[in-house]
Design a protein around this ligand. Sequence first.
Ligand SMILES: Cc1cc2nc3c(=O)[nH]c(=O)nc-3n(C[C@H](O)[C@H](O)[C@H](O)COP(=O)(O)OP(=O)(O)OC[C@H]3O[C@@H](n4cnc5c(N)ncnc54)[C@H](O)[C@@H]3O)c2cc1C
Length: 435
Amino acid sequence: MKLEKDVLIVGSGVAGLYCALNLNPELNVTVISKSTMDNNNTYLAQGGISTALNEEDIKPFVEDTMKAGRYENREEAVQVLAEESIENISQIVEEYGMPLDMENGKIDYTREGAHRVNRIVHCKDNTGEIVFKTLYKSALTRKNIEMIEDATLLDIITEDGKCIGARVFKDGEEDHIFAKDVVLACGGIGGLFKNSTNQRHLTGDGIAIALKNGVEVENLNYIQIHPTAFYEENSNGRRMLISESLRGEGALLKNKDGERFVEELLPRDVVSHAIFEQMKKDGTDYVYLDARHLGEEYLKNRFTFIYNGCLERGTNIGTDLIKVSPAQHYFMGGIHVDLNSKTTMDHLYAVGEVSCTGVHGANRLASNSLLEGLVFSKRAANDINSHIKDTELVTKEIPNLEVSVDELMKENKKKVIDEIVRIREDFDYELFDCR
Ligand SMILES: Cc1cc2nc3c(=O)[nH]c(=O)nc-3n(C[C@H](O)[C@H](O)[C@H](O)COP(=O)(O)OP(=O)(O)OC[C@H]3O[C@@H](n4cnc5c(N)ncnc54)[C@H](O)[C@@H]3O)c2cc1C
């Protein structure tokens, strides 16, 4: 089938949906998702969304983000992230009705690792689910936004070095969707790893497509390992995350003798490293997280999702120690974009985890990725709004791909893994087994 659109957005997480909502309502917008609309990493986010508390907090927020990123961040992008945080949080609350947790009529900010103050807005410990539902509900009310599930981006279509559309696989057929602008919002790479907190179908498709089409990528070696995923023996599925906010509220990491061995709120890479070292010393596959002193009633209420998730797996976090070990969690690298989320190919944008805005540097500060998804997808939308009237829709007849979708997906995965392995020699692949 040959279809014509103003804007095609690939991905229905925070970045894809918020971009769609910020596009001019007169534009004809299609959002596709490889799976169901709600099957994405956004839905899984627990801890919250970071934000500057006020004008005075912008500078400290920038400094905390730069420090966690080992000063390899692009400072101008971090500045934008911090400066535009407050207006974007206000937009999702006031315009779309996101119900943040409040205390005595004021936003209840929580704290996570390497933030010097409490500056994380949240909805209990299922913030991502609420973000998704809030944005999705708003998108459903927009007549100009069409959302298509189980539609997989196979490749982009180009003409004279510009992006003019995409090949999309849906219901056993390859469709050619031509659009004035294409926005890649197709998330991270966790599905490439045996050991990851991510949804399994997120396999870095956007990165493979960028590599194949000569679109610039960067920092593919910057892969964040989260210190505390729930440990399950012989589990090949997605690892359940035990959010950093549990440590933010006082949970302690302990070795096999019940002793603390690391400052719990140091940056994630430092804590993960300390856990690996401790596991080696103890000869174990996990360490313990102790939240018992916080009290079962408090834990049940404040960390309902984690409490129930652990209980289903046989651990009562109010009375038992939680077995945890590190797992792949987030991808700081991605498709290189400028401050308006434009890639190096004309009419191709990248937003959210698939992109590399440079805000995270070598290590993401906790809760900065939902914020990045908001701030930079809105910037993409604004940029598209500003030029799309002058953009021509280009179409052409092209034959379908000759390889099967399964073969193509396999090739794509291999391409991304090979590239990561090529530039990241120090990575312990045995632990994560992505090959
Ligand atoms: C367990 C967990 C907890 C987290 N907690 C937090 C937190 O508290 N705070 C925070 O800031 N961040 C957190 N993160 C990170 C954050 O959730 C993600 O980085 C962010 O949600 C990514 O949003 P996104 O819109 O870029 O991608 P996603 O939300 O992952 O969406 C990707 C979309 O792309 C689609 N897609 C992928 N490939 C294709 C294809 N080939 N064709 C069509 N569609 C495709 C998928 O179907 C999906 O719709 C957490 C992550 C995890 C895994």
